[in-house]
Design a protein around this ligand. Sequence first.
Ligand SMILES: [Zn+2]
Length: 61
Amino acid sequence: MIPHPAREQIDLWASASRDCTLGIIIEGQDHARYLLSAHTGHGPCCQPYQDALSAVSVAMG
Ligand SMILES: [Zn+2]
């Protein structure tokens, strides 16, 4: 069974990462995956996307 982030958690992540010019602390892989899908296509200037990408890369070694 794959744990799924709660609706409330996703709302928190969404409001915390609304500004694409601000970096964000990645809380875990679910958070990183959420950010990658929510900010996909925003380009290299999207800071939450870049932060999530590096968090995923670190986790994958
Ligand atoms: Zn973005």
